[in-house]
Structure formats: C-alpha cells, structure tokens
Ligand binder design. Structure first.
Ligand SMILES: [Zn+2]
Ligand SMILES: [Zn+2]
Ligand SMILES: [Zn+2]
Length: 96
C-alpha cells in the first residue's frame, strides 16, 4: 500500500445523508454513493450517470472516499487509485 493520504483525513459527518448532494439539487438519480472523508460531500459512483464523487475529487483535490452504501466498509484513494484501510473515525458516519 502506497497511499500517503488516508492517514491525513479527519472524517466529518455527511452533508447530505439522504443521497448525492449534486443529484439532489438537479433531481437526478444515482446507483451507489460515496462519502468524501475530507469534507463530508456525498457523491454518486462511476456507474451513475453523473459520476459526482469523481467530479468532486477533480474539483476539490479531496482524495479519499468511503462507500456510503448500507453495510459496506471500505475506502478508496483517487490519487493513488487503490483501496485503502477505512479510517476508524469514519465508521460512525457510514450506513448500517
Ligand atoms: Zn492516496
Ligand atoms: Zn450525483
Ligand atoms: Zn470533499
């Protein structure tokens, strides 16, 4: 594992626990959700029409997301394009 980013994030609560922040604004739909562990942005995955989680990474430079799907516990670094250990501090913000 080469990621130097995951140890630097301090997870915060999701800003839009009900779904993708950007899709909710436009009335769009999504497939899966990802939570930005830097700022709490909830965005939709690359299987979704609008790919807001990836767009958020490019717009913000926030590299680490966690799955925001019920029961899933994993994290991903966009900068290194690899799965990274889920920070323990993020767990309370994920969905059961
Ligand atoms: Zn990284
Ligand atoms: Zn979206
Ligand atoms: Zn962010």
């Amino acid at each position: 594992m080469s990621c130097q980013h995951v140890s630097t994030v301090a997870p915060v609560p999701p800003r839009t626990p009900k779904g993708c922040e950007d899709c909710l604004k436009t009335g769009s739909g999504w497939v899966h959700l990802r939570l930005c562990l830097t700022c709490g942005h909830v965005g939709c995955c690359d299987s979704s029409p609008n790919r807001h989680a990836t767009k958020h990474f490019h717009n913000s430079d926030h590299p680490i997301v966690a799955s925001f799907e019920p029961g899933e516990r994993w994290a991903w670094c966009y900068a290194d394009e690899e799965e990274v250990p889920l920070p323990r501090a993020a767990e309370p913000f994920l969905r059961d």
